[in-house]
Design a protein around this ligand. Structure first.
Ligand code: ATP
Ligand code: MG
Ligand code: MG
Ligand code: MG
Length: 481
């Protein structure tokens, strides 16, 4: 690696420190804010200052904030750039400097400090923001064809349904300048990566959706550390940077496979493990324990996904009467070895983190093993019925669903085991059960949306797409969110 992730972080913080910013520590992943479930951006700890509810202690600050975004869980391992857990580097102005300095400094940082070639850099501004356009063009000298005006979806940033917000300007890196600038589309993943967002925070979005100007104009920025590392380390995706790859290699070793030689599906699975292990270690370190509600539910789902994928890859874990065989603690150790510059407190909490992971892995494996026994019984009776009626043996949809929903059995595994015994699955019946479940849970969390904000909804909505549901025999409580 030409430059380490740690060095990229240090240079960012020092760059802004030498321009009058105070370096402040990352806040917890558990925000002191009822509108979001988890810390999704660096600005969250400063929200009361932006809103004028608390006085500023310094005019401007810089941080490296640990973040979790559950809305990106489906992207993990599939896109080259999304994680559930990542670090956001940021510089913030609390009514101090505004657009011009923010833009000029950002450009200086990336072209002088990180030495990115200017001709590889593209800019987006909010469609009506002529001021930002002109700073980029007239002051910084970016040619007009590399500055795009985009709409609200991309270039108006809000932290939640309500709260401080404003138009933003984003910086993209071009991996394929050879493709020309004529029809360039910043949304084209195969060519561009967004890595730095400058938010000109000047409004408060109210409950009714209206924008109230803030007393002072603020700056809030976010640069994804893993994305900058991916660009500077010249690797094909964020996962192959020094920030995450050691975890992937450890998982590959445990599975006795090679990442380099693995097919795409296996690589994706290894990336998911690399991502989710970081998320669960930092969540547990910030005192979020696996449970069936709220944040705990997020941790539980992520852990279960790692356990299931690990078994799929052939990693020998807990189970078969071998509680000490848990594999999550070993992976967590690698995460913790990499943690010093992200959050030095994690090392001290290691014994607790490893213990929690071991306990949760074991609990889930026991559920899975009970499911295996149950599946065996279902198959035996399907075979018996078929031989008495002369039908083709088939597993009822409701049984497939019970295994999936309560015992965490992915349908593909049920199908595979059934096929070995010559039994097919009633997938129609399964989908009807799924649909019922979806409707019920939708009804259940429309109430939550009002009280806790969109993050909870996101946590719930990941259930239908490959996440294991947590309602189960070992937990009598229903999903409470
Ligand atoms: P994208 O469009 O790629 O999903 P975003 O527009 O949602 O990113 P912002 O809310 O603007 O991201 O966050 C600021 C910066 O944080 C991004 O420019 C990126 O560098 C980083 N970032 C955002 N989401 C993720 C993620 N899921 N994983 C890694 N880095 C991220
Ligand atoms: Mg996004
Ligand atoms: Mg974006
Ligand atoms: Mg963005």
């Amino acid at each position: 690696y030409p430059i380490s992730g740690d060095e990229i972080r240090t240079r960012f913080l020092n760059f802004y420190a030498s321009r009058g910013h105070k370096i402040l520590p990352s806040a917890s992943l558990v925000p002191d804010d009822p509108t979001v479930l988890l810390t999704i951006a660096g600005m969250l700890q400063f929200k009361p200052i932006f809103l004028g509810k608390e006085p500023r202690s310094v005019p401007c600050a810089t941080t490296s904030q640990r973040c979790i975004r559950t809305n990106d869980v489906e992207n993990v391992g599939k896109t080259t750039r999304h994680h559930t857990f990542f670090e956001m580097l940021g510089n913030f102005s609390f009514g101090d400097y505004f657009k011009k300095e923010a833009i000029v400094w950002a450009w200086e940082l990336i072209t002088k400090e990180y030495k990115l070639p200017p001709e590889r850099l593209w800019i987006s501004v909010f469609k009506d923001d002529d001021e930002a356009f002109s700073i980029w063009h007239d002051e910084v000298g970016v040619p007009k064809e590399r500055i795009k005006r985009l709409g609200e979806d991309d270039n108006f940033w809000t932290s939640g349904i309500t709260g401080p917000c404003g138009p933003c300007s984003e910086i993209y890196y071009d991996f394929h300048p050879d493709r020309g600038s004529e029809s360039a589309d910043l949304g084209d993943d195969s060519r561009f990566i967004e890595f730095y967002n400058l938010v000109f925070m000047q409004y408060n979005k109210k409950d009714d959706g209206s924008l109230e100007p803030l007393k002072q104009k603020n700056i809030d920025t976010g640069m994804g550390l893993e994305r900058m590392a991916r660009i500077l380390q010249q690797v094909p995706n964020n996962y192959e940077t020094d920030l995450i790859f050691p975890i992937i290699q450890k998982a590959a070793n445990l599975a006795m496979i090679s990442y380099a030689k693995a097919d795409d599906a296996t690589k994706t699975n290894l990336k998911i493990i690399g991502d989710h292990m970081r998320a669960v270690v930092y969540l547990i370190s910030d005192a979020v324990l696996p449970s069936n509600i709220g944040r705990g539910y997020v941790v539980r789902r992520l852990i279960r996904r790692v356990v299931r994928i690990g078994r799929l890859l052939g990693i020998k874990g807990a189970g078969e009467g071998n509680p000490d065989g848990a594999f999550l603690p070993g992976l967590a150790k690698t995460v913790i070895e990499l943690s010093n510059h992200i959050d030095p407190d994690v090392t001290g909490r290691m014994p607790h983190i490893l213990e929690e992971l071991k306990r949760e892995e074991l609990r889930f494996v026991q559920t899975l093993e009970r499911g295996e026994k149950l599946l065996d019984q279902f198959l035996a009776s399907a075979l018996l019925n078929a031989s008495t009626n002369g039908d083709r043996p088939c597993l009822a949809g409701k049984d497939v669903f019970l295994l999936y929903d309560t015992y965490g059995f992915p349908v593909e595994i049920t199908a595979e085991v059934a096929e070995e015994r010559g039994v097919s699955l009633d997938m129609n019946g399964f989908h009807i059960e799924m649909e019922n479940q979806r409707r019920q849970s939708q009804a259940a969390h429309s109430t939550v949306k009002l009280s806790v904000g969109n993050e909870v909804e996101l946590a719930e909505s990941i259930g239908d797409n490959g996440f294991l549901r947590c309602k189960g025999v070992e937990d009598s409580k229903h999903i409470a969110i």
